[in-house]
Design a protein around this ligand. Structure first.
Ligand SMILES: Nc1ncnc2c1ncn2[C@@H]1O[C@H](COP(=O)(O)OP(=O)(O)OP(=O)(O)O)[C@@H](O)[C@H]1O
Ligand SMILES: [Mg+2]
Length: 288
């Protein structure tokens, strides 16, 4: 287990896992102001969804939190350690696992080799690398596909390889950008449940970007980005919520228990008129 996951510190209370302050992102041509003064604090172990309209800045924010890019202004601390140009690579390699919508597996490497990629930074012993990658493939249910190339795998299997790769270094922070966006609903459910259980076992922190309010409703906190600004931030069960449903995004309602559910025509207790315009249903997904 990576020490950054461990919250059992006797001395000095540990800082939040992520503390982002005043994040601005202007892309190089200077015309796109993708993030405007975003503040975000994420406690260790939290599972958080980022939602909002297309172009609102979700991927931009995730890339900054994942040390894949730097903000134009503002600061990010990971476990109290500021991210800066000198340490992005090391922090990304050891502490952060990234899952992308389109998997980003290397096509000429087998599943087993793809999963080992992050270990090249952290583990010299080849046999231990292979053993660790095999273990992760087993955890995502793909032990028998270790020698397959990505092109020989279904979309769901490719995303499970990508999950194994993201988790192989035991990162404390797992960031996933539309991880089920290219999957049919059965595979989306499988990938999400594997991701959730691996994250829970490791006591890791999970930030998922999604357009899908049904997916967002599984998380304890939902943050909404619109036009580069954080416009809503709601946590399940927060007692001071002024709304009947603590996750009171338009489109989320209480189902009679403590759970918030998505309003949708397929559920008679749900009210589709409350869905935000950006949360329009996607076209049906094609099975892999
Ligand atoms: N590399 C880039 N160069 C210039 N502009 C960019 C770049 N990447 C993103 N943008 C712009 O920044 C804004 C935010 O983009 P971003 O990808 O973060 O949105 P998003 O919320 O993830 O959208 P989507 O839901 O469609 O994935 C958009 O206007 C986009 O066109
Ligand atoms: Mg995006």
């Amino acid at each position: 287990m990576n020490e950054i996951c461990d919250d059992d510190r006797d001395v000095n209370p540990s800082p939040p896992l992520i503390r982002a302050r005043g994040l601005d992102k202007l892309y190089p041509d200077g015309r796109v102001h993708a993030l405007k003064g975003v503040d975000l604090t994420v406690p260790r172990g939290q599972r958080l969804a980022i939602v909002g309209p297309s172009g609102g800045g979700k991927s931009t924010l995730l890339n900054l939190l994942g040390a894949l890019d730097s903000p134009t202004r503002g600061t990010i601390e990971l476990d109290g350690q500021p991210l800066d140009a000198t340490n992005l690579d090391a922090i990304r390699a050891r502490r952060i696992g990234f899952v992308f919508q389109s998997f980003h597996l290397l096509p000429t490497l087998t599943a087993l080799e793809n999963v080992q990629i992050p270990l090249f930074e952290t583990l010299n012993d080849r046999r231990r690398r292979v053993a660790k990658a095999r273990d992760l493939l087993e955890q995502v249910g793909l032990a028998d596909r270790a020698n397959a190339l990505p092109g020989q795998l279904s979309s769901g299997e490719r995303q499970r390889v990508a999950l194994a790769r993201a988790l192989v270094n035991d990162p404390c922070l797992i960031l996933a950008d539309e991880p089920t966006g290219n999957l049919d609903s059965a595979n989306a459910e499988l990938v999400l449940s594997i991701l959730e259980s691996l994250v829970r076992e490791r006591r890791a922190t999970l930030v998922v970007v999604t357009h899908d309010l049904e997916i967002a409703a599984r998380f304890e906190r939902i943050v909404t980005l619109r036009d580069g600004r954080l416009v809503a931030d709601q946590t399940r069960g927060q007692s001071d919520s002024p709304f009947p449903c603590p996750l009171s995004h338009p489109g989320l309602v209480r189902d009679g228990s403590d759970d918030c559910i998505l309003s949708s025509p397929s559920n008679p207790t749900r009210d589709p008129s409350r869905s935000p315009a950006w949360a329009t249903p996607r076209p049906p997904r094609q099975p892999a």
